[in-house]
Ligand binder design. Structure first.
Ligand SMILES: [Zn+2]
Length: 70
């Protein structure tokens, strides 16, 4: 059961449990450059978690919100 729980994390920006996406994958989904996503992370606009030291997983719902605000 814990395996399923692990796949979702609490996003404080969305106020709910979300699935985190790899940056490359998320970039394709919302059709932006991965660099743009790193900028969102830097600016605290999307929730991200660092995994394995230097890669990130990002909240897709936060990203979609950025897109609709743009
Ligand atoms: Zn979020």
């Amino acid at each position: 059961m814990s395996r399923f729980i692990d796949s979702k994390v609490w996003c404080p920006l969305c106020n709910k449990n979300v699935q985190l996406l790899r940056v490359a994958h998320a970039a394709k989904l919302v059709d932006v450059h991965p660099r743009t996503i790193y900028r969102y992370i830097d600016e605290g606009l999307v929730y991200a978690r660092r995994v394995a030291g230097k890669t990130y997983r990002v909240c897709g719902e936060c990203l979609y919100r950025q897109r609709s605000d743009a």
